[in-house]
Design a protein around this ligand. Structure first.
Ligand code: UD1
Length: 360
């Protein structure tokens, strides 16, 4: 069996690295395609070095664009790869535009698709990722789920449960594999901060950063929180562009930084007092680490991080954010537990399923 693994954008790398490495360990005939949806060195290249993932065998260099043009560019370029290399299975991860595009390309060529992180639903179709998730799952032959809620969602949509496998969380595999090294590098001390004496912020959702009013409110809230403790804010390129265009400034105790390499961010997250974020992956990573997470959204596709973990939906209202900061700093935040199968062995379970599927 020849497997084509796909990566595209920052959150894919930590999900796919353990899956690719497990296939290498099992001696699969596999190759790696990078669509190039993310291309800056600190959004892409750096993750390969740190995660020990093989370099891509094929780079599609699609770059940025509107949803249609980016998706179309991946469809066209990936079709050529599939026709030339004839994989027996295409493995995609997460919910970015390239995930959908590669799944669709493969399905049209009658190549089976495996989806890592299947079944997550925010039930908010205004999120581009929700559309990508739903369509990718319906095109997939093997669906690898991270949590029980995903099984319920897929069942409700009529997806045959024989195709669905609860394997756990590959992003948590990467986290456990690299945590000691990340913390050992002491990134907070290098920024002059005390462990547990600072918070981390990330913002990149179009609904939070594309329009002036929500972004201004969130910057005000972050500035307010920085009066309680210093805040480290690695800025996504989408957000940096908007902050610059709107000339929004941050308070003195908000430390703006470039997007961070994986190990630096993980080391900082593991020692943060709390995290304010609109990312999906960080909701999971903070739950795995037991760090309080305030999600700056009205919904989440990862409800287990709330029902079991340390995540809470706070939205973007500055008074709710201030109250949540207060709750953490006064010790009123749930400790949470790590969900079942978020144990560092998800990729091994995927490898097991793939081996069984090959010899079916
Ligand atoms: C994408 C994903 C989102 C994921 C996020 C993680 C989609 C629909 N969105 O959003 O689900 O959470 O990645 O980061 O797939 N840019 C650069 N350098 C890069 C990449 C992007 O400067 O390496 C800039 C470009 O101006 C680009 C903008 O960021 O237009 C947005 O990039 P894009 O990949 O379209 O979406 P993200 O916001 O990164």
């Amino acid at each position: 069996m020849r497997v084509c693994n796909v990566v595209a954008a920052r959150p894919n790398f930590m999900k796919m690295a353990p899956v690719v490495l497990e296939q290498v360990r099992r001696g699969f005939d596999q190759f790696l395609v990078h669509t190039g949806q993310h291309y800056d060195a600190n959004m892409s290249e750096v993750f390969f070095d740190e995660l020990g993932m093989p370099r891509p065998d094929v780079h599609l260099n699609v770059g940025s664009g509107t949803h249609a043009s980016q998706t179309a560019a991946v469809l066209t370029a990936f079709e050529r790869v599939c026709q030339e290399r004839r994989p027996d299975l295409v493995v995609v991860a997460g919910d970015v535009n390239s995930t959908l595009a590669c799944a669709l390309t493969a399905a049209k060529l009658n190549i089976p698709v495996a989806h890592v992180e299947a079944g997550l639903r925010s039930f908010d179709r205004t999120m581009p990722e929700e559309v990508n998730r739903v369509v990718t799952d319906h095109l997939s032959d093997l669906l690898f789920a991270t949590e029980d809620d995903a099984l319920v969602n897929l069942g409700r949509e009529g997806i045959d449960d024989g195709r669905v496998h609860l394997v756990g969380n590959c992003m948590v595999d990467s986290l456990f594999r690299h945590l000691e090294t990340a913390v050992g590098r002491r990134p907070c001390e290098r920024l002059g901060l005390e462990p547990s004496g600072y918070a981390l912020v990330t913002l990149h959702r179009p609904s939070n950063v594309d329009e002036e009013a929500p972004l201004r409110r969130l910057v005000d809230a972050v500035n307010g929180a920085s009066r309680r403790l210093p805040i480290v804010f690695p800025v996504h390129p989408r957000t940096r562009e908007r902050l610059g265009r709107l000339a929004l400034t941050v308070a003195p105790h908000v430390l703006l930084a470039e997007p961070m390499p994986y190990l630096e961010f993980l080391g900082l997250m593991a020692r943060a007092r709390f995290v304010l974020t609109d990312s999906g992956g960080i909701q999971e990573e903070t739950t795995a680490l037991g760090i309080p997470c305030m999600t700056l959204r009205e919904n989440t596709e990862r409800p287990v991080t709330i029902s079991q973990g340390t995540n809470r939906l706070i939205g973007s209202d500055p008074s709710r954010i201030a109250a949540a900061v207060d709750a953490v700093l006064s010790g009123r935040w749930p400790e949470g537990v790590r969900p079942a199968l978020w144990d560092g062995h998800a990729a091994e379970r995927i490898g097991e399923v793939l081996s069984g599927w090959e010899s079916r």
